[in-house]
Design a protein around this ligand. Sequence first.
Ligand code: NAI
Ligand code: MG
Length: 353
Amino acid sequence: MPNVLVLPGDGIGVEITPEAVKVLEAVLKDHATKLNFEYGLIGGAAIDEVGKALPDATLAAAQAADAILLGSVGGPKWDTLPAPQRPELGGLLAIRKALGLFANIRPVKMLPMLVEASTLRTEVVKNVDLVVLRELTGGLYFGEKGRGTNPRSAFDTLVYTEEEIKRIVELGFQTAVKRRKKLCSVDKANVLESSRFWREITLEVAKNYPEVELTHMYVDNAAMQLVRLPEQFDVIVTENMFGDILTDLASMLMGSIGMISSASLNGSKGLYEPAHGSAPDIAGKNIANPLATILSGALMLRYSFGLEDEAQKIERAIERVLQEGYRTPDLAKPGDKVLGTREMGNAVVEALK
Ligand code: NAI
Ligand code: MG
């Protein structure tokens, strides 16, 4: 039986992960494959319990697990700790790095029944169907960082090796081959040397994929194009921080940040989590949208276990629930039937039947 390590983390992470587990159990109820769920500590919860954002036991369990389902980490309670000890750097970034999860896949697809939930006009968002591939274990978040005195200063470094760029860009091309065969590499090559290098390597890799139409775009323009004409994009591949920022932006093309799921992969090893954070402003109120986490569970079935039919069953069930007018508050318009976190999870389970 495959082992799934569940790491709820902090804030709404504790509320949304049980809903995804519930849905995964329901979809596999009559299936030969069953998942064994184990639980671990990460983030602020782990700091409080054992004094470390990524306890050794959690890392060992993650290394042994077939897949990992993560909620979210962080919150004001731990914000004053030195950066390396904080839930985000010491927990989340540390586990991504330790497991070599370099490829972060974030699908951005507008569901027809959610066009009204977007803050953008219907004609802008109705055809959105793109994937962002965010490099996850290098770049600005992992380069040398530090502080200086006289003058008081601080620095972060954006470094990429050829190999790091190659493997994510190659995955970008491979993803594009299976879709509309368009890859947009987003960088800041007009200013950053690391981006000029990224472009060079991308052009080298492109020689192996003549059937894919490759374009390059500066990240500032990409941010603008994503809200101007998002349907122009098929697959976007980009640096760690650029991908972080652009996917929060892109989540609004789907109506809410509570809809954006992700898979972080290193071969078949995968960590699955919503792209949003721990949302301290709404934590503990049973109002967070669990769908991004439930959708991340579907990605787990797809990428870690090859259960494509079951992944699609979850996606269809979510569409049915939304079609019936059920919404969590982040997606709700007047007249919608508003559900809490748990009730939305239950509704997806019901729709699977
Ligand atoms: P956030 O993504 O947690 O929240 C941004 C806004 O979106 C908030 O208004 C929140 O209520 C809303 N939101 C987020 N997820 C939602 C959901 N599922 N349903 C409904 N509304 C939702 O980002 P923020 O506020 O910048 O960060 C809060 C904490 O989370 C910080 O400690 C941050 O470092 C951490 N964080 C952790 C991440 C992770 O674990 N992967 C990613 C991003 C931030
Ligand atoms: Mg983010």
